[in-house]
Design a binder for this molecule. Structure first.
Ligand SMILES: Nc1ncnc2c1ncn2[C@@H]1O[C@H](COP(=O)(O)OP(=O)(O)OP(=O)(O)O)[C@@H](O)[C@H]1O
Length: 233
């Protein structure tokens, strides 16, 4: 579904991605892991067209989307839950969700406002509240709900559990497990290795702008030395 190859991205003279490459198949949950500053967010920003890559291909289905403007990439089916959530603080929960709505693939059973409220009952209770009146966990649910309202082929979460209390984190993981159960393809960037091993099918470890290891959850779980070396676990 998504295939990234040979991605090179730089901020001015400062090159950050050095041939980044990975794939996410239909219905798969895949992670990008690695220490701070290794280029995970830059990878996501390159895929989404926020920081266009200097070289490489980003195939979504059979189409190379590298270098397209962000709004077109979003319309082609990539739904981003960005680092820091970035919900609209001065819109209500309902307005945040409706602003994102789209069903461009004409899916038979698309995400709608009632379905998002059913999935996140807390958002239904808070639908008239402003974005900035929500707790961190509620904001994160709203950010995920907003991405779902675009009916993405691939949902991308960048540090979705950062700064959340452990119990709220568990809620987010449970929500991703349910989405996975419904066949949603998901790319997750996060630092909670244990939770990711329980959730994801495959993992890529990123070091200095390239992939240095990839494998399945059982393979990662079994390699304590690898986790220690690249993930500081
Ligand atoms: N807008 C920017 N301008 C210049 N350099 C940047 C910019 N954004 C990120 N960088 C640099 O690019 C490198 C990779 O950062 P990136 O945020 O992609 O890493 P990351 O793996 O996502 O780490 P983190 O978990 O800290 O977000 C870092 O050295 C960072 O300082």
């Amino acid at each position: 579904m998504l295939k990234v190859s040979g991605l090179i991205t730089a901020y001015g003279e400062s090159q950050v991605l050095f041939g980044m490459a990975f794939e996410v198949g239909a219905g798969e949950v895949v992670t990008l892991m690695g220490r701070n500053g290794m280029g995970k967010t830059t990878t996501v920003h390159s895929i989404m067209g926020i920081v266009p890559p200097k070289a490489g291909t980003i195939e979504l289905g059979s189409r190379d989307i590298a270098g397209l403007p962000s709004h077109r990439i979003a319309r082609l089916g990539l739904g981003l839950v960005p680092e820091g959530r970035q919900i609209f603080p001065n819109l209500t929960v309902r307005e945040n969700l409706v602003a994102a709505a789209a069903n461009r693939d004409a899916r038979p059973s698309p995400w709608t406002l009632p379905l998002v409220y059913e999935f996140f009952p807390r958002l239904a209770e808070r639908q008239a509240n402003m974005g900035n009146q929500l707790s961190g966990g509620e904001q994160q649910m709203l950010a995920i709900g907003r991405a779902l309202m675009t009916n993405p082929r691939l949902l991308i979460l960048d540090e979705a559990t950062e700064g959340l209390a452990p119990l709220i984190r568990q809620e987010i993981w449970a929500c991703l497990r349910r989405l996975k159960g419904e066949g949603q393809a998901i790319l997750v960037i996060d630092k909670n290795v244990g939770a990711l091993i329980g959730l994801a099918d495959r993992h890529y470890i990123v070091e200095k702008g390239r992939v240095v290891w990839d494998g399945t959850s059982p393979e990662l779980a079994a390699d304590v030395e690898l986790q220690h070396r690249y993930l500081g676990v």
